[in-house]
Ligand binder design. Structure first.
Ligand SMILES: *Cc1c(COP(=O)(O)O)cnc(C)c1O
Length: 421
């Protein structure tokens, strides 16, 4: 479900015409819908109504401060993976007691910063990280609240670059070492173990891997109880997929996912934490780009647009599929043509779609790359010395440029020629 639809022949974000918006902010740009962000958060949170729940939106999916504020206002917590993301969450007004900190390589400086902020918990991913956190917290005279991230060695059946719960993935503590590590942690002065954490991957569209993983979580929770370790919460991570191909790949509804979780959590009497990222943000955003040229190659047609892999890297990095819609609705009635949609970057891997049947886009036509709200703008770069593109947040008939396009001085002005010249 999202709020991008045709009205009067033109694609709109809620009540804002994308044609008008393109004229005002220039292309390319990202456009996010407040109503869609809010809806996704509520559908997820409502699936657990009645339970003691903290939804910590995974900031790395889309970390624009306006997006964080929108979700924070609904009561969302945040899952951060760096000091920078923690600073964003705080700048958006999210209270520290709703923030958890994940990631395999937290530095001691980041740990100290998060401890001083008073975050809810750290998701700790290894024995040496636990030792470091213990030292840092002890040095500050505080106790770090900790959940160990457990790696269950389960195949989430997703793209290999977004699997995180197999034994060969770098994430988490091996399942069969977790119990011993909890015992060790219980003896540490700077650490208070209060939860278990698991996150097995992203864009998961099958409930079975979740079910298998959560069954293991439940078993571990039982063992820890036997060991006298008090568990305040279980963190089930994120990972729920989204429909990138319209109705052709429908992921489980949050209600179905909730059934699997609630089965596993029954009688544990723990608070339930979640870290959804993609399912909140992906469908709430699009990338709007303009056609520069239609180029006839030797045996195929290339539609050259002004957005490129540096703006949206998912197609080339994950072999991801994004639907492409024309902003002008009348194009949809014309017979489709096969084309590659490519950007100006000097890389063969610079494409947004390959061999795609699309309406016959011509020069200056606007194209909307759908489901681009998660892992889009956050992964953009300035490769080829291209300016980062603006992010626009729409709410009803209003819009705000929530990250403006920088100018070239901001892009290259910080570089210095050494004084030996
Ligand atoms: C990336 C990440 C998430 C979010 O995953 P989605 O697939 O976007 O829901 C949650 N938890 C952790 C620890 C992550 O690294």
């Amino acid at each position: 479900m999202h709020q991008f639809a045709y009205k009067g022949g033109v694609l709109h974000a809620e009540d804002v015409s994308l044609d008008a918006l393109a004229s005002e902010v220039g292309t390319p740009f990202y456009c996010y819908s407040t109503a869609t962000l809010e809806r996704h958060y509520k559908v997820f949170a409502d699936a657990f109504s009645g339970a003691d729940v903290l939804v910590c939106y995974s900031i790395k999916a889309n970390s624009n401060i306006a997006v964080l504020r929108t979700l924070g206002e609904l009561g969302s917590g945040m899952d951060v993976v760096s000091e920078g993301e923690l600073r964003r969450a705080r700048a958006a007004g999210v209270p520290p007691e709703r923030i958890v900190f994940s990631g395999v390589g937290k530095t001691r400086e980041e740990m100290a910063y998060a401890l001083n902020e008073g975050i809810y918990a750290f998701n700790v991913e290894s024995e040496p990280e636990l030792a470091a956190l213990n030292e840092v917290a002890h040095g500050l005279g505080v106790k770090a609240r900790v959940a160990l991230r457990v790696n269950p060695d389960i195949d989430p059946k997703t793209h290999r670059k977004i699997s995180t719960g197999k034994a060969e993935d770098k994430f988490g503590v091996p399942f069969d070492r977790a119990r011993a590590l909890y015992k060790e942690a219980a003896g540490m002065q700077g650490v208070e173990t209060c939860g278990i954490h698991m996150h097995i991957g992203s864009q998961i569209t099958d409930l079975k891997p979740f079910g298998d993983a959560f069954t293991l979580l439940r078993a571990l929770a039982g063992q820890l109880k036997e060991d006298g370790i008090k568990l305040e919460f279980i963190n089930f991570g994120g990972g729920l997929g989204v429909p990138y191909r319209g109705s052709n790949d429908v992921p489980p509804h949050p209600d179905e996912y909730a059934t699997v979780v609630l089965d596993a959590a029954e009688e544990l009497n723990c608070k339930l934490l979640f870290e959804p990222g993609r399912m909140i943000a992906a469908n709430a955003g699009i990338l709007v780009t303009r056609v520069l040229y239609v180029k006839e190659g030797a045996n195929k047609t290339f539609t050259v647009v002004d957005a490129a892999m540096n703006d949206l890297i998912r197609p080339t990095l994950y072999e991801a599929y994004h639907d492409i819609w024309p902003v002008r609705e009348s194009l949809r009635a014309e017979p489709p043509q096969k084309t590659d949609v490519v950007g100006p970057v000097c890389e063969t891997g610079d494409y947004l779609a390959l061999d795609r049947d699309l309406p016959p886009f011509g020069e200056a036509d606007l194209m909307a790359v759908m489901t681009a709200g998660a892992y889009g703008a956050v992964q953009s770069s300035t490769y080829n010395t291209r300016l980062l593109i603006p992010e626009v947040l729409v709410k009803g008939g209003h819009y705000a440029v929530v990250r403006p396009r920088p100018d070239y001085d901001e892009l290259i002005g910080g570089e210095k020629i050494p004084d030996w010249f």
